[in-house]
Design a binder for this molecule. Structure first.
Ligand SMILES: N[C@@H](CCC(=O)N[C@@H](CS)C(=O)NCC(=O)O)C(=O)O
Length: 208
C-alpha cells in the first residue's frame, strides 16, 4: 500500500494529484504544518528532514517530489504519466521536474516563506524576480501548448501546484500577467477530481 504524507496545498499536492491520476490504491495522511506536525518525532521517523512529501511504500520511504512523481508514474505504465525510461522524452521530463523543483519551487518558497535572516524586502524582491523569470520561461514554452511535454504528464501536475501558488502569501499581484499559464491552469484543474481536492485542502488550510 502507498501512503502519502502531504500538507494541504503544499508542493506535495503534486504527488497527491499523481496518485489520483495513477488509479493506484493509496492513502493520504494529512500533515498539518501549521500545527508543526512535520516537526514531531513521529513524523521525523518517516522523513528525518521534516518535509513533505514523503511516500511510504512496501520497500521503504521515498522523499523528494522529483523522485516520488516518476516512481508513481512508473507504477502505472498504462496511464502514461511519463514517457518510458531510457528515452529522450523521459530525459526532457526529468529536466522539467528538476527545473520546477530547484528553480521555480526554490524561488517561490524564498518569496513566500523566507528563511530566518532573509525576511527583508531586498531578499524577498530578489526571490520574486527569480520566480517571475522562471514563470516567464514557462509562459513562453506554453505558447500554443497545453502540456510541458508532448502529452499530459506528472510534470503538468507539478507545475499546476506552483501555478496555484501565484495567489499565495507575498506573491498575489507581484507577478507579471501569464495568460498561457492561466489557460494551462484552467485546463488541468478541470481534470476529474483535481479541483475538488484543491477545494478540500483550502478548507483544511482555513483552520490554520
Ligand atoms: N525538494 C523537496 C522540498 C520539500 C519541501 O520544501 N516541502 C515543504 C512544503 S512545500 C515543507 O515540507 N515545508 C515544511 C518546512 O520546511 O518546515 C521536494 O520537492 O519534495
Amino acid at each position: 500500500m502507498l501512503r502519502l504524507h502531504h500538507a494541504p496545498l503544499a508542493c506535495s499536492l503534486a504527488s497527491r494529484f499523481a496518485l489520483a491520476e495513477s488509479g493506484l490504491p493509496h492513502e493520504v495522511a494529512f500533515v498539518r504544518t501549521w500545527r508543526d506536525e512535520h516537526k514531531t518525532d513521529a513524523y521525523r521517523r518517516i522523513n528525518p528532514r521534516g518535509k513533505v512529501p514523503a511516500l511510504e511504500t512496501d520497500h521503504g520511504v521515498i522523499t523528494e517530489s522529483t523522485a516520488i512523481l516518476p516512481f508513481i508514474a512508473d507504477l502505472a505504465p498504462d496511464k502514461a504519466l511519463l514517457p518510458p525510461a531510457g528515452t529522450f522524452e523521459r530525459a526532457q521530463a526529468q529536466s522539467w521536474l528538476s527545473f520546477l523543483s530547484s528553480t521555480l519551487h526554490a524561488s517561490l518558497a524564498a518569496a513566500m516563506f523566507p528563511a530566518p535572516g532573509c525576511d527583508n524586502d531586498v531578499a524577498r524582491e530578489a526571490a520574486i524576480q527569480r520566480a517571475a523569470a522562471a514563470f516567464q520561461e514557462i509562459e513562453q514554452h506554453l505558447d500554443g501548448r497545453d502540456h510541458l511535454l508532448g502529452a499530459f504528464s506528472v510534470c503538468d501536475l507539478y507545475l499546476l501546484v506552483f501555478s496555484l501558488w501565484r495567489v499565495g502569501p507575498g506573491l498575489a499581484g507581484r507577478l507579471p500577467p501569464l495568460p498561457n499559464l492561466d489557460r494551462f491552469q484552467q485546463i488541468h484543474l478541470a481534470r476529474p477530481g483535481l479541483a475538488a481536492m484543491v477545494g478540500e485542502e483550502m478548507k483544511l488550510r482555513s483552520e490554520a
